[in-house]
Design a protein around this ligand. Sequence first.
Ligand code: PMT
Length: 404
Amino acid sequence: MQGLAGRRVLLAVSGGIAAYKAADLVRRLRAEGAAVRVVMTARAQQFISATTLQALSGEAVRCEIFDSAAEQGMGHIELARWAEIILLAPATASTLARLAHGLADDLVSTLWLASPALKAVAPAMNQQMWRAAATQRNVQRLCEDGVLCWGPEAGEQACGDVGPGRMCEPQDLVQRMIAALNGGDLQGVNVLMTAGPTREAIDPVRYISNHSSGKMGYALAAAFAARGAQVTLISGPVALPPPAAVTTIAVVSAEEMLQAVLARVASCQLFVACAAVADYRARVVAERKLKKSERQESLWRLELEPTPDILATVAAQPLRPWVVGFAAETHDVENYALAKLQAKRLDMIACNDVSRTDIGFAADDNALVVLWQGGRRELARASKTQIAGQLVDTIVDVWRSDKR
Ligand code: PMT
């Protein structure tokens, strides 16, 4: 069956070397049954001709905001209303910046503002331009406005650099569009997650905990939900609003988190443990506040015992879901993560270098190395929202190809 039968797709092409892929993209969108109209920025025309895209789409290509011939047929406002989805591919740093700031100074940016359609961008640029703080801010802002960000991929670039910035392949963009327009490709998939820290009481006023803010886990839950998954998030104490379309259950301690997970694990296909569970708790929790004035000596010796390992418990279940863990390490990150992958019998692990202050605990950005049996993928530094999208892509790719 054609996944885009009868869908109205407006492809906006901006001026980067990846614009040549727009021809293949149009061809593939039409093969899936979509009606495709193309608009181009002035610079895009230096990379690919409007004639090529016109021949492939079977529709006039528009490049100017005021085009008297086109206005008699379908003016730019009609075009904005016609589209069900607008995909900007390739999305250059410059066009992303203009869209993030709501400029309307050419046809593409005007249509973007004027259209109520679902919107997606497929960034393509030099890796350093992609990593630049301004680009990351702009993409983050677009994501917050509800724009879907597909890619970029990492790899060798046209300029000779290696890193993130390659536009997703056209077949990948088409699959993502099918998923986005048809309500998500993870419909019917139950995902159980943990996020945030746990707090282990010492007495009624004190506890043991860590710096987890919940940002990474909440972004991950939102990314799964955006792809149509049914997500249940077991969350330690954080200061974040629950993600939209996610069932969020608040817990405090590792024991409560374990019980909440075990009560739901049987019905999930994917389990993702992003929580920073406190590894130790007080062996005896005092019922009343421990008073400094009542202590004999100045040293306070606290006897600790390990908390239950939630991730290992889930992975050891006889009928278990596909299990993804995280590893927060300050040194020798990948080796320790690999050891956890094997010792806890996980399907995948995401390693987080928490010695850095620009990523990891409480930061808005993250960077991960994802490991699984026979595989490794680096997710370069980006906002936690973007990293979450890329991690969900990675999890789903590997999970679906795992014949276990
Ligand atoms: O919340 P943020 O501020 O956004 O920060 C994100 C993060 C750094 C917390 C996150 O990206 C991360 O790395 N989470 C895992 C933190 C952690 O506890 O790592 P660990 O290496 O100690 O534990 C390994 C794995 O076992 C983790 O999946 C953890 O959830 C799990 N675990 C650990 C101990 C325990 N008792 N039960 C568990 O389930």
